[in-house]
Design a protein around this ligand. Structure first.
Ligand SMILES: [Ca+2]
Ligand SMILES: [Ca+2]
Length: 154
């Protein structure tokens, strides 16, 4: 009987330890792309001028960056979603200059392009949990360094 208790006790201990380790790993995984502050703001990370240079960004966080028609003509970001569903990708804050917002799959197949006039660009699309997506912010008419904000929201 004491032996049985010991076995079940250590099983519970191992189980608790496994859950604890899983939680720590899950937490570490979740916080990989999280910003360090509480303002939910992350900056772009150059070089990111091509699809293969795309840097990871999280969903639901405001990304800030700059482009221009010179060396920094494009910024690429890669992301995936935790749940399949409809998502809105919004590019704004670029003032009177003209930037386009493009969505690709990881292989470079273009899925959508927002190139309207106005103060913002928006793509609304069903995104699959099993697919890695790439966003491009492209300088179309941006003679000087142009700041922007980018968000992906579910
Ligand atoms: Ca940039
Ligand atoms: Ca760039």
């Amino acid at each position: 009987m004491p032996g049985l208790r010991l076995v079940s006790g250590s099983n519970a201990g191992i189980c608790f330890l496994a859950i604890l380790v899983f939680c720590i790993l899950a937490f570490a995984g979740c916080t990989d792309n999280e910003p360090d502050d509480t303002t939910d703001l992350v900056s772009e990370n150059e070089p990111n001028d091509t699809l293969v240079q795309a840097t990871g960004i999280p969903v639901g966080v405001t990304v800030i960056g700059t482009v221009d028609q010179g060396d920094d003509f494009a910024d690429f970001f890669i992301f995936s979603v935790f749940v399949s569903g409809s998502y809105t990708m919004t590019l704004s804050g670029f003032g009177a200059n003209d930037l386009d917002l493009l969505l690709y799959d990881r292989n470079g197949l273009m899925l959508a392009r927002a190139n309207s006039d106005g103060a913002s660009r928006e793509i609304v699309r069903f995104l699959d949990v099993d697919v890695q997506y790439v966003i491009e912010v492209r300088a179309v008419d941006a003679p000087s360094t142009t700041a922007y904000t980018l968000r992906i929201d579910g």
